[in-house]
Design a protein around this ligand. Structure first.
Ligand code: FAD
Length: 467
């Protein structure tokens, strides 16, 4: 037995949870070591949020040019070609590397030590970090666990060859002629849109009666209408049963309406959900309590049942989203540094980067009804927004829900151009308890998509100018 090295604060995992926690704890005076078994930046930067948006954007531009979608503006593109190898190279070497390199520099700037290897708990105080033949024992004062999640595998669809998970789907050797996507959640629907734009014939097999679970019907319809126009097939209530690979294709057997069907494709993406990376951490050697879903239990200070050990991100309850992990990171780091910060987020925004984009936060009409809240709905179409008309992108709407008595905004949805950016105004409004009057009497620059938010608020006030 080697001697354990005594350390101050250890962060396990360098995703948007871990790296943010490490930097913040260092800023607040702790001596921090971050342990990472793979690439700096976690799923989000390497094989998640960032590379997926790169492909979505490339697909978008290619589709526009190939199908001459801007002729109404007098812009005619003379055909377009796609060099997939260059696209992948740009995604990996320019987009991902720039950002992961940036995170590495920020860690360095904040004097965070990076230790490469896989961490496992020996007990409540000691971690064993293994890299290759070497292992280090770290005896820590505090620890923040941010080990993230990985794709769920389903029976009959082992991840190999032409059956891929989201990681594989972000680096396919070629753009598939035919792509089957099992699971039409956010990740599946985003990649369906991207590959359809890149030229694939895409079929989504969804187990539920609708894709994009978590968004309301009115919003889902905006995307489904667009998917139909792009000839993306959506099979709902479908149960994927098995796959069979040959040298150059894969057959997918699924059941729908009690009937068995077979689809042949070049690749199958299985995107049915993610499971927390808590099973190989040696947590059974500790007194850290788990939920029955394999998540780590934490209080509203992000602290586990073992004082001084915190957990954040995809391994704790709540939506598996990067910005949620980073928020929790700041809470955990502050508490580890001796503050008393509570996780008291009013709402967490969620975005689907489809065509058009969907963004939601707080209450939806359904959730507000279910809770028996006394609320108003105001909905303003982008078709009445000047900027959207100049962009030839008038599909979609802004919707806000306000408390009937106080007019405080309790929920907001944006479907349409720029929804992912526009929702941030509501993030500030909802977090700070602003009312529709607060927004409608804040001067918004003209002409912008953001004016649609002011217009929706005027509508909620009962004094709409533009509708
Ligand atoms: P991760 O980012 O998963 O990082 C965990 C890190 O811990 C990993 O680097 C892992 O190697 C390391 N690790 C695990 N175990 C150990 C160990 N024992 N020892 C050492 N290191 C370990 N979210 C959004 O908000 N917006 C999006 O647009 C979005 N798009 C996505 C697209 C795709 C295709 C996918 C797959 C996910 C997407 N997500 C998105 C989700 C987002 O990536 C996650 O919510 C986020 O990465 C979670 O952050 P985290 O810090 O909890 O964990």
């Amino acid at each position: 037995g080697s001697q354990a090295r005594e350390v101050d604060l250890v962060v396990i995992g360098s995703g948007p949870g871990g790296y943010v926690a490490a930097i913040r704890a260092a800023q607040l005076g702790r001596k921090v070591i971050i342990v990472e078994r793979d690439e700096i930046g976690g799923v989000c930067l390497n094989v998640g949020c960032i590379p997926s948006k790169a492909l979505i954007n490339a697909g978008h531009i290619y589709h526009e040019q190939l199908h001459d979608t801007n002729t109404i503006m007098g812009v005619h593109s003379k055909g377009a070609t796609l060099n997939w190898e260059e696209t992948l190279k740009w995604k990996d070497e320019k987009v991902v590397k720039t950002l992961t390199g940036g995170v590495g520099m920020l860690l360095k700037k904040n004097k965070v030590e990076i230790l490469r290897g896989e961490a496992r708990f020996n007990d409540n105080q000691v971690l064993n970090v293994i890299s290759g033949d070497e292992s280090h024992l770290l005896e820590f004062k505090s620890c923040i666990i941010a080990t993230g999640s990985r794709p769920i595998e389903i029976p009959g669809f082992k991840f190999e060859g032409r059956v891929v998970n989201s990681t594989g789907a972000l680096s396919l050797p070629e753009v598939p002629e035919k792509l089957v996507i099992i699971g039409g959640g956010v990740i599946g629907s985003e990649l369906a849109g991207a590959y359809s734009n890149l030229g694939s014939k895409v079929t989504i097999l969804e187990g539920l009666p609708h894709i994009l679970n978590g968004f309301d019907d009115e919003m889902i319809k905006v995307v489904v209408d667009e998917f139909k126009e792009r000839h993306i097939d959506i099979v709902t209530n479908a149960r994927a049963k098995s796959s069979e690979q040959t040298a150059d294709s894969v057959k997918v057997t699924y059941e729908v309406d009690g009937k068995e069907e077979v689809l042949e494709a070049d690749y199958v993406l299985v995107s049915v959900g993610r499971r927390p990376n808590t099973d190989e951490l040696g947590l059974n050697n500790t007194d850290i309590k788990m939920t029955d879903r394999g998540q780590i239990e934490v209080n509203n200070r992000q602290e586990t049942s073992v004082p001084g050990i915190y957990a954040i991100g995809d391994i704790v309850a709540g939506p598996m989203l990067a910005h949620k992990a980073s928020y929790e990171a700041k809470i955990a780091a502050a508490n580890a540094a001796g503050d008393d910060e509570l996780n008291c987020a009013v709402a967490i925004p969620a975005v689907a980067y489809c065509d058009p984009e969907l963004a939601t936060m707080g209450e939806t009409p359904d959730s507000a009804k279910e809770k028996g809240l006394n609320f108003n709905i105001a909905k303003f179409p982008f078709a009445a927004n000047g900027r959207a008309i100049t962009m030839n992108a008038t599909n979609g709407f802004v919707r806000i829900l306000t408390d009937k008595d106080t007019h405080v905004i309790i929920g907001a949805q944006v479907a349409g151009p720029g929804a992912s950016d526009l929702i941030s105004e509501f993030a500030v409004a909802i977090e700070n308890g602003l009312s529709s009057e607060d927004i409608s009497m804040s001067i918004h620059p003209h002409p912008t998509l953001g004016e649609a938010i002011m217009d929706t608020s005027e509508l909620a006030d009962g004094l709409p100018i533009h509708i």
